[in-house]
Design a protein around this ligand. Sequence first.
Ligand code: ZN
Length: 380
Amino acid sequence: MTMMVAARLHEFGEPMRLDRIPIPEPRPTDVLVEVKACGIVPNLARVVANFFATQTPDRKGMPPLPAIFGLDPTGVIAKVGEQVHSIRPGDRVYVNPARKCGSCRMCRSGEPLDCPNFTFQGYFGRSQEIMKAYPYGGLCQYITAPADALVKLPNNVSFEAAARFGYLGTAYAAMKKLGVGPGQTFLVNGISGMLGLNAAMIALAMGATRILGTGRNVALLNRVKALAPQRIEVFAADDAKKAVADGVDPLVAWAKSMTDGYGVDSVLDCLPPGASAATMMRALYTLRRGGRAASVGVVMETLPINGYWLMTNRIGLQGSVWFTTGEGEEMAAMAAAGTLDVSCLEHRIFPLTEVNEALAGMDNRNGGFTNFIVDPTRAG
Ligand SMILES: [Zn+2]
């Protein structure tokens, strides 16, 4: 077999087309993966519809067209390059799409996520050269990837569940920076969304004693609480409320009532694009003195942070993007051991022939519980 089917975007704003293209040959340090499932993210629909054209009219950071998108592929190793020794054909893997240059100071220091050329295979990024070297996103039948980007999957983790590793890993990497763990109270701002729900699942796995979560949809919040009623508490936030630091805000008062008046140890902001700075600030004000917050959300407004408040309360604030392949291996080990339970995900699986329908329907979901998958092995 020399040819495969790939969903390719020929022009932004148009549907993807199914094209027959050659199956690539892996370079010496690469592998060829037969894709079994690819997770798709709501933002992909916005990207291919050219939603961001107004911000980047020259499409800076976008891959050359025609492009194969697909951020979270999982599958089986079909072939390995001659310098690949610890991965074998038949191995089940998640392909971490985070690509780095490999030779800059940050890459050589073991900090690939800080590479100035950081690029997502199958999405967008800072380096056109890397996008040309790895032009295969998961919305096709076979992709090449560097051997050091593979997370080996245990047999008890399905390809569909592992296709959620992008969200899970994004939450996990940020939560490691926050020191989430036993004895800690951790608040997830936006707990019922794609990222927030996964943060709750990871917090349970990391042993956080008490997990607080905010959201708007009461039915979804109750579903999140049902994952671990003894450890999870939820708060239906009213968006109209103003952010105030003095505890008058019912959200802050609630968080303090859950923590003997201290405030929470850490906050993870998981708010979606379009959320207001005030909604993020309200969550930051639930922190105790010395508390730490990380943002993996997409609040685009400027935060009104008072430097005096930040200093006197010894607040830490950290941005976080994606996760290392090593962190992916840790998640695979947790899933294998059963400490990370991904069984609450509802997989909504589309054949490759229905990729455009899948993208068009992503706003219709049960919050973070719905897991959108394209399966290139299904002909349709
Ligand atoms: Zn680099």
